[in-house]
Design a protein around this ligand. Sequence first.
Ligand SMILES: CSCCC(=O)C(=O)COP(=O)(O)O
Ligand SMILES: [Zn+2]
Length: 201
Amino acid sequence: MTQLDALVKTCHWIGHKGWAPATGGNMSVREDARWCWLSESGRDKGSLTRDDFLQVEIATGRVPSGRKPSAETGLHTLIYRLFPEAHAVLHVHTVNATVLSRLESAPVLRLQGYEMQKSLAGQQTHLDAVDIPLFDNDQDIDALAQRIAHYAEAAPLRYGFLLRGHGLTCWGRDVNEARRHLEGLEFLFECELRLRLLERK
Ligand SMILES: CSCCC(=O)C(=O)COP(=O)(O)O
Ligand SMILES: [Zn+2]
């Protein structure tokens, strides 16, 4: 199965989970150092086919087909530029990511004490802390991408980031790893959210 076929399957799975409601979310795979394939803007991401992915130049955002790729193209291409090892990017609008990102006012969401942290590449123990950066949402994607790039110059950016009141963007070395990171992070967000609600006085 090609990476694009694996991505299409993953999009259907995301749709089934209810993680891309009402055309929310966008997904991509890297083709090579120069190109990636990105979901077309405004589509129902749970029922995408191969034809709904547009070739986009990573350095420039140029789209040879002339069709309109995701409104968040600039975030996907930023990830491919920052991380040459990243080969798949998944952006979802889950309820847990949306609510938790509004509850947490700190610049990072710290995950610690969960066995499921080991779903994230390289994590060996629940004792370590995994920091997922949080960025304020912005309709200006170029400005948002600049803020994320600036953050990444000074602090580690691994697995993914949250956009406040918006959702999660995560990636991996291939579609399978990006999907595992998505499922793992989403599980961890739900645990964290439930814990915070239970601990509220
Ligand atoms: C109702 S979805 C709002 C836009 C968004 O955040 C998103 O993820 C989908 O945008 P796209 O252009 O990729 O369809
Ligand atoms: Zn979005």
